[in-house]
Design a protein around this ligand. Structure first.
Ligand code: SF4
Ligand code: SF4
Length: 468
């Protein structure tokens, strides 16, 4: 075989995944992380069970396209609010990433949260890192089978609970239980339930760090938001190198060594299997396990903690930290500005909508007494949480001006239930004495009798024959 052919045969486009056996670690950051994970997972599991009034407090009602968030119900008409919320969230993420790296990945991302739960189940059923390595190398036995079965059963139960809760955000969860128990669920609900549960099973059970490494778009672009002053997890080579094994009694300076004892514990606890001593890497999810692990080693060696720690590139290079910098301030200003716009829009939002449709079949009708009538269909949409009675009116045109004297006939009051829409047929009539105009602007107004904030106006045209 030629040299070129030999080289070609060694090239692989796909790296074979080596199973990562993460070692357990305890410490300040892991306790903080566990607390964050329990709070977030608890919120996820409990929220669909909380009621607000007569309905589920958080409910994404897709068939009617309404998103209920406690006192607020967002309609498709509120798309601007939803867009502002998402833009505000994006700038918030940019701000915190530029300030403190992948905080979201390490402490808040659902992928991290559920993977951690799956790992706890793995530790409970298969033991610690060394026991798991040995178990996987051992030939199949009753004990191995029982441990693996217990692990997968634990994972599947977790998946069923998480998947069921997920569907419970879209269908009232209290109704869902008896329907699932009676196998009386729709095809869409079954598909949702299966996809949510199986996606979690493969993601948190098997894919794990590969999602962060290869599939997550945020992992790809978050590096662009980092700068020399971003706080993230660093190994301090100035203090750690030259690394090397030694006994506790050895004085590092005298032995020509740094503080890194090359124990590789920081690698063993890393959920993505990287070595933080090689510098900041795209695979690092900022879980801080290596900080806690190395601090434990430093304690045992009676060295100061912080060989691996939260720091900035500038600090590691011996320069001073800088918090306020143009990019961070720009992200922060945009985050605050968009959040304020969202808050103002939310406060100004009028949960009432009026649509006015002219009768297309007939532009106008001249009655026997010479007056002119136009017919309209009004759609009154009550987007509030309670029923209202609304007055239906038209704006009063200036006396003597075009449209003066036009009156509304048909309906002047309408009751609309919460979240409902009422359709009304109304007439506008211009008396025969009106000045001859072919097209006049008219304003329809709907206002709640019990709440002065709920007023909307919609303009339309009143048409009459030129000779009128
Ligand atoms: S845990 Fe600390 S001492 Fe051990 S290899 Fe990692 S950096 Fe070095
Ligand atoms: S290097 Fe590994 S252990 Fe350390 S923070 Fe990053 S992902 Fe976590």
């Amino acid at each position: 075989m030629s040299t070129a052919a030999a080289q070609t045969s060694q090239v692989s486009f796909y790296e074979k995944r080596a199973t990562i056996y993460q070692a357990e670690v305890d410490g300040f950051w892991q306790r903080l992380r566990a607390a964050a994970l329990f709070v977030l997972a608890g919120l996820y599991l409990v929220l669909p069970w909380v009621n607000y009034g007569q309905r589920q407090a958080v409910w994404f009602d897709l068939p009617t396209r309404k998103f209920h968030l406690f006192a607020l119900t967002l309609w498709p008409q509120d798309f601007t609010l939803l867009a502002l919320l998402m833009i505000s969230g994006a700038f918030g993420l940019f701000f915190f990433t530029n300030l403190a790296g992948r905080l979201w990945c390490g402490f808040g991302c659902p992928q991290t949260v559920w993977t951690k739960f799956f790992m706890w189940i793995e530790w409970l059923t298969e033991g610690d890192r060394n026991q798991r390595i040995l178990l996987d190398r051992r030939p199949w036995s009753l004990d191995k089978l029982a441990r693996k079965a217990a692990k997968h059963a634990g994972w599947l139960v977790t998946c069923a609970v998480v998947g069921f809760t997920f569907v419970g955000y879209f269908e009232p969860i209290r109704d869902l239980i008896p329907r699932v128990a009676a196998a009386n669920v729709t095809g869409a609900e079954t598909v949702f339930l299966a996809i949510a549960s199986l996606a979690l099973y493969f993601d948190a059970g098997f894919m794990r760090e590969q999602i962060c490494k290869y599939a997550c778009p945020y992992a790809r672009f978050q590096g662009a938001m980092f700068d020399r002053h971003t706080w993230t997890i660093f190994y301090d080579p100035g203090r750690g190198e030259p690394r090397g094994h030694r006994g506790r009694e050895v004085e590092p300076a005298k032995a020509g060594l740094g503080h890194c004892i090359d124990c590789a514990v920081c690698v063993q606890v890393c959920p993505t299997g990287i070595d933080i001593r090689e510098g900041t890497q795209i695979e690092c999810i900022g879980c801080a396990a290596c900080i806690d692990a190395c601090d434990e080693v430093m304690d045992k060696m009676s060295y100061p903690r912080g060989l691996v720690r939260y720091a900035t590139e500038a600090i590691i290079q011996g320069r001073s930290a800088r918090v306020l910098r143009p990019r961070l301030m720009a992200y922060g200003a945009l985050f605050v500005a968009v959040t304020l716009v969202f808050a103002v829009e939310l406060v100004r939002r009028v949960p009432l909508q009026l649509d006015v449709l002219r009768d297309r079949a007939r532009l106008y009708r001249v009655t026997s007494d010479g007056s002119v009538e136009n017919v309209y269909t009004l759609k009154v949409l009550n987007m509030d949480q309670k029923e209202h009675v609304y007055a239906v009116e038209i704006g009063t045109p200036e006396a003597g001006g075009p449209g003066a004297g036009i009156v509304l006939e048909g309906v002047d009051r309408v009751k609309v239930a919460a979240g409902d829409v009422r359709q009304l047929s109304v007439r506008l009539r211009a008396p025969a004495s009106e000045p001859a105009v072919t097209s006049t602007s008219v304003d329809f107004r709907v206002r709640a009798l019990d709440d002065p904030r709920l007023v909307v106006t919609e303009d339309s045209r009143f048409l009459a024959p030129a000779s009128h």
